[in-house]
Design a binder for this molecule. Structure first.
Ligand code: KG4
Ligand code: ZN
Length: 353
């Protein structure tokens, strides 16, 4: 019997169980992460961040990221097992992010996951990173069920989708240029703040006023798309203009004004989309979901409009493997097949493949 036949046979026997033990790996960017779940219960969640390594370059250097994933992966797996009080023989399914992300970085997680699954003779499940971000919400909120509207806001994606069922997801709005997190990172860089910029802008904005005019893309238009490139350029032009004229300016005011508009766009579009489509729940996914202004504004607008707003705890907003374990569980329950040992990483999977 081939590995795939054996693994699929095992998977079919597991599907109806509510206490499957899943070990998941995530290595799509600069976090090497491993998590273990039993059913809906998160037993361990280990993240080895490379932020300090990449900070001196002002952003993630793909080759350096891959090399550091290679160095870290074994230790994060061991640590996750110890924290869950388990050994590899307790693991029943392996989940892994196969895309999207940096190809070399993805390949480290994918290769390690394949070796584990093959040597243990257990099913291997390939997980789409963005669906993982959404699934982080099922850990924080085990009773959450579709249908709901999901706002995805990460470093590479910004979109609004209707989640009609776990695997029935329709995008109804998307960025036409930069992602929201990408705009945060670029503006932060221009303000001389360290990588990753989102959280740094949030900190600096606390000391500033929203007193600088920022453009509003698609003003008054009846759709749910986003554009961050004009906003980013407006901020960069403002800074360059001041610098060229040798005029003083308050960086905290720039951060506050930019953040207010960037977050305002996310909230406006998501609330409009939810009302127009008659949904009652908004779910937030992705790194920008850690932004406290976003969480506060979305909750405030949700309350005004009788919409329930759900977001993951801060540590499950940015990249982690718990979200990949959670999506693995959903895929297993919904009847997905195992991946074979020729599973490849993919830099550019579509948002919901
Ligand atoms: O989801 P994520 O960890 O990785 C991707 O899948 O892209 O998102 C990372 C993005 C970065 O652009 C980062 O600056 C942004 O999320 N981010 C934030 C905050 N924390 C992370 N943006 C705004 N405010 C934050 N607190
Ligand atoms: Zn991510």
């Amino acid at each position: 019997m081939s590995y795939l036949e054996l693994a699929n046979e095992k998977l079919n026997k597991l599907r109806d169980r509510k206490d499957i033990v899943i070990l998941a790996l995530e290595s799509s960017c600069d976090e090497t992460a491993c998590a273990i779940m039993r059913g809906k219960e998160l037993l361990s969640n280990v993240v080895a961040s490379q932020i300090e390594i990449h900070r001196r370059f002002g952003g993630v250097v793909p080759e350096i990221a891959s090399r550091n994933h290679t160095l870290a992966v074994e230790n994060v797996v061991k640590e996750a097992l110890v924290k869950a009080n388990m050994t590899l023989s307790d693991i029943e399914v392996i989940g892994v992010t196969y895309g999207a992300g940096l190809l070399g970085a993805l390949l480290v997680g994918v290769s390690y996951a394949k070796s584990l699954a093959y040597s243990l003779g257990i099913p291997l499940i390939a997980v789409n990173h963005i669906k993982g971000h959404i699934a982080a919400n099922y850990i924080a909120c085990p009773n959450l069920k579709p249908p709901y509207i999901c706002l995805i806001a990460s470093g590479g994606h910004t979109a609004i989708c209707k989640v009609q069922d776990y695997n029935q997801i329709e995008i109804i709005g998307t960025t036409v240029d930069d992602a929201c997190g990408e705009a945060f990172d670029k503006v932060a860089r221009c303000l001389g703040l360290p990588y990753p910029g989102g959280v740094e802008i949030e900190k600096l904005a606390l000391a500033g006023e929203c007193n600088i005019d920022m453009p509003i893309p698609f003003k008054g238009e009846d759709h749910f798309n986003f554009s961050y490139s004009g906003l980013k350029t407006a901020v960069i032009n403002y800074i360059h203009n001041k610098e060229q004229k040798d005029e003083e300016f308050n960086k905290a005011d720039v951060a506050a004004s930019f953040q207010n508009r960037a977050i305002g766009m996310l909230v406006d579009n998501t609330i409009r989309a939810t009302l127009k489509n008659g949904y009652k729940t908004i779910v937030i996914a992705g790194g920008v979901g850690a932004n406290k202004l976003l969480r506060a504004k979305m909750s405030e607008e949700g309350e005004k409009n009788n919409i329930n707003v759900i977001y993951p705890p801060l540590n499950l907003c940015t990249d982690n493997a718990a979200m990949i374990a959670s999506e693995t569980r959903i895929l297993v329950e919904s009847g997905v097949s195992c991946s074979d040992i020729d599973l490849d990483g993919s830099a550019s999977v579509r948002i919901f493949d």
